[in-house]
Design a binder for this molecule. Structure first.
Ligand SMILES: *Cc1c(COP(=O)(O)O)cnc(C)c1O
Length: 394
């Protein structure tokens, strides 16, 4: 039998994944494992979920033929416009789904972790929508760096907890959210922001984002006459926009999968977040994955200009696909991402999130045939990053 790249019945992707949680969380993680598929596959859930994706998020997101960039790179380049979603990125696809799941499981209190604040805002947004209590854990360093998103969360009614342990960034915020969850396992639902965490979260988040590739099948058929591209390109932090982009093509060998992780100053320096290039197997935040760590297993701080990619691990599905060579992963350095962000802005009039600019930069590392159909996911809009773009260009 051909190997599957989806999760197996034990919660693993090859050697990666699983659910490594403290005893006190065992029951609530187990309950979630038992319940999630039945609930999200039910007709009632699907109807509510797609209604919200359509009327609230604004889906389907357009598939846009980028003609000037196509000419430049010698291919037929289509951009999947997740930047046009409500709240400006793909993250809302996942939070809308998870809050419906939380409600159906009878939970009353929502917690989330956030780095740049994008997932925090997407979570606070759906909590306001549903009238649910929301607490967000965010590294104290990020609270300062991402002040506007903190104000957005507060305006939406969420409580933001600055986390002052470790490097005071995303990884520490995840640890603190798990700690809070341990104290309130019965009434609290933890809305995880990417394809990471203990099983079933990586699979749950991938399914919530899989609407991206579901739409691609229809949109590509309309625009090109066939339902698959030659290449799919996405940036990868924890791996959720990438998982959604590839979900319905994972087993289709006609489709090449290209991912862009954050190289920071470069993979041969200490200032990088390129986990697939530089990580080794380890356990972080409830799952086995590739982790940047020293010889003693101490987690190293990730470094990149892009707050959304600033994480020392990467989701288990992507670890497995990368080491089995189903995907090709490029490390894109800060300066390459910035240049690519300016290029898309000037050539197509689209200012991408710096995370998404990493995917654009991958185009330069490839050679295409003229009739190749290339789909690149623009995971978010760049409004939040204007200062970073300006600083780098001076
Ligand atoms: C959070 C974020 C990412 C990275 O997260 P993934 O789970 O890897 O998708 C990428 N782009 C944007 C715009 C983000 O907000």
């Amino acid at each position: 039998m051909k190997e599957s790249f989806f999760v197996d019945e034990n919660g693993y992707y090859g050697e990666f994944g699983g659910a490594y949680v403290p005893e006190i969380l065992y029951k609530c993680v187990h309950d979630l494992q038992e319940a999630y598929l039945t609930i999200i596959e039910s007709r009632e859930f699907q109807e509510e979920y797609y209604q919200l994706l359509t009327d609230y998020v604004g889906r389907p997101s357009p598939l846009y033929y980028a003609s000037r960039m196509s000419e430049k790179y010698g291919c037929r380049l289509y951009l999947k416009r997740e930047d046009l979603n409500h709240t400006g990125a793909h993250k809302i696809n996942n939070t809308v789904g998870q809050i419906l799941l939380a409600k159906k499981m009878g939970k009353t209190r929502i917690i989330a972790e956030t780095g740049a604040g994008q997932h925090g805002v997407a979570t606070a947004t759906v909590c306001a929508l549903m009238g649910m209590e929301c607490e967000v854990f965010m590294g104290a360093t990020d609270v300062e760096r991402q002040h506007i998103n903190v104000e957005r969360m507060k305006m939406l009614g969420a409580k933001v907890h600055p986390v002052r342990t470790g490097n005071m960034t995303l990884s520490d915020a995840c640890s603190e959210a798990i700690r809070d969850w341990c104290c309130h396992p019965a009434d609290t639902f933890y809305i995880v922001g990417s394809t990471m965490g203990p099983h079933p979260y990586p699979d749950l988040v991938a399914r919530m984002q899989s609407v991206i590739s579901k739409e691609l099948k229809v949109q590509l058929t309309e625009k090109t006459g066939r339902d698959y591209p030659d290449y799919l390109i996405a940036c990868i932090g924890g791996g959720s926009n990438a998982a959604g982009t590839i979900y319905h093509y994972v087993d289709d060998e006609r489709v090449q999968i290209i991912l862009a992780e954050a190289g920071g100053h470069g993979i041969d320096t200490d200032y990088t977040a390129a986990t697939i290039h530089c990580g080794t197997p380890g356990i972080l935040h409830g799952a086995k994955m590739l982790v940047m760590q020293n010889d003693d297993g101490q987690i190293k701080e990730a470094f990149t200009i892009s707050a959304g990619l600033d994480y020392p691990g990467v989701g288990p599905m992507h670890c497995n696909m990368a080491i089995k060579k189903r995907s090709t992963v490029f490390a894109i350095n800060d300066d390459e991402a910035i240049r690519a962000g300016y290029e898309l802005t000037r050539m197509e009039g689209i200012i991408p999130a710096i995370e998404s600019a990493h995917a654009i930069a991958a185009l330069k590392k490839m050679t295409f045939k003229h009739d190749d159909i290339v789909v690149l996911t623009v995971s978010g809009r760049g409004d939040k990053d204007i200062e970073t773009y300006l600083k780098f260009n001076n």
